[in-house]
Write a protein that binds this ligand. Structure first.
Ligand SMILES: Cc1cc2nc3c(=O)[nH]c(=O)nc-3n(C[C@H](O)[C@H](O)[C@H](O)COP(=O)(O)OP(=O)(O)OC[C@H]3O[C@@H](n4cnc5c(N)ncnc54)[C@H](O)[C@@H]3O)c2cc1C
Length: 376
């Protein structure tokens, strides 16, 4: 997310002053936020071709991974080349995802969610009557709420809602409280209206023999568990990291202590790991790099704002939270879009850029209108 946003932003801001190279170990770019629809409406997930996206943004795509950085000599190493030179480097390899709850099905946000799809299939078929959804302490919590709401809507549509217990276990004090109090309270009301049980302030540990162990709290009886993954930082030599492996950056996305090296997205030490935040950090880095190569602009510091579309199986809800000056001080929960571009990740450049490009899901399929699929 951060890399695609940055390459489009750099093209717009710096034009031909910069040659942009994008390195990634996979050519496919899965638009992960749409994955929550897959267990319910298969075929909606979109995969873009990074080489094609890079070409459209005037950049070059290299199919390899960065294994180390030599910031003194301004080059990176890849598995095949020891010294790939750079003038400016933007590191955005995301986070490493890990299964968080033993015995649970992990929802990875990829196209083939075998275990999760099978679990939802059993729910649909009436073979499951208790299903728990869990959120680890790290990572983006929103997909679990969407999965639970979509499951509830599906059961209601099938006329088999009665007698099924859906429970969400989260370490958050309020559901999606990272946006702020208003959003947290409204999401709580929504879950209650839909009869979804909520256990806050608790961590899921493991699921076995029909019991989900949580702490603090008493075990929860359930027949299956779906969890989002936990995350940790990626190991790239030559870069500073905090105790969890994430890279510290300043308000201009500069890697602390290094010259001409920037980082954006889940790999950074900023505590909220979300696609929209990743694109905002990428924009900050792009402005700083553009200014450094002589573009006449005053780079703006990171001023994080959370925007998200929550699929509910009914009308989507739009969530907004301003993070600067205290987490989630101001938040809004609305059934009207609160920002300009459609698309689950409201990146300034990413959303309009991807909206014009067909992904692999089929000609004419776009990132933007997808929420209507889920809402339907
Ligand atoms: C199931 C799920 C659903 C989500 N839903 C949403 C949502 O609805 N809205 C939202 O805003 N966020 C959502 N998120 C979070 C969002 O996906 C991440 O916050 C976002 O993708 C982070 O962007 P990024 O650019 O930092 O990393 P990524 O998007 O993970 O991209 C990292 C890229 O770097 C590449 N890479 C990895 N290692 C290397 C290396 N060594 N060298 C070079 N390249 C490398 C990877 O192949 C990948 O292409 C969701 C996450 C999950 C798991």
């Amino acid at each position: 997310m951060a890399a695609v946003e940055a390459m489009v932003a750099l093209r717009d801001l710096a034009g031909d002053r910069l040659e942009v190279e994008v390195h990634a170990p996979r050519q496919g770019f899965v638009y992960r936020p749409l994955a929550v629809g897959e267990p319910f409406f298969p075929g909606g997930l979109i995969e873009f071709d990074l080489e094609d996206l890079a070409a459209r943004a005037g950049a070059t795509f290299c199919l390899d991974s960065v294994t180390g950085v030599d910031p003194d000599n301004h080059h990176v190493s890849t598995p095949d080349r020891d010294e790939v030179p750079y003038d400016y480097l933007l590191i955005c390899p995301g986070a490493k995802m890990l299964a968080a709850v033993s015995g649970a099905e992990t929802f990875w946000g990829v196209s083939e969610e075998g275990g999760v799809a099978e679990t939802i299939g059993r729910l649909r078929a009436g073979d499951l009557h208790r299903l728990a959804f869990t959120i680890p302490a790290s990572g983006w919590p929103l997909p679990i709420y969407e999965l639970a709401l979509l499951a509830e809507a599906e059961l209601s549509r099938l006329g088999s809602r009665a007698g099924t217990i859906l429970t969400i276990v989260t370490p958050e004090d309020l559901p999606l409280g990272v946006f702020g109090t208003q959003v947290g309270e409204r999401v709580g009301e929504l879950l209650s209206e839909r009869g979804i049980e909520l256990v806050t302030g608790s961590h899921a540990i493991k699921f076995s023999d029909g019991l989900l162990q949580i702490t603090p709290g008493r075990p929860i009886e359930t027949e299956a568990v779906i969890s989002t993954p936990g995350i940790e930082g990626r190991q790239i030599g030559g870069l500073p990291k905090d105790p969890s492996g994430f890279i510290p950056v300043d308000e201009f996305s500069r890697v602390v202590g290094l010259d001409r090296v920037y980082a954006a997205g889940d790999v950074t030490a900023f505590p909220v790991k979300q696609g929209g935040i990743a694109t905002q950090q990428a924009d900050v880095a792009a402005e700083a790099i553009a200014a450094a190569v002589g573009v006449d602009l005053a780079p703006r510091p990171f001023d994080p704002v959370l925007r998200a579309t929550l699929w509910t199986g009914e009308k989507p809800q739009y969530l907004y939270g301003k993070l600067s000056g205290g987490f989630g001080e101001t938040s809004v929960f609305s059934d009207h879009a609160l920002w300009e571009h459609e698309g689950k990740i409201a990146g300034r450049y990413l959303a309009p850029f991807l909206n014009g490009i067909p992904g692999e899901a089929g000609p004419g399929t776009r990132a933007g209108p997808q929420p209507r699929v889920a809402a339907g």
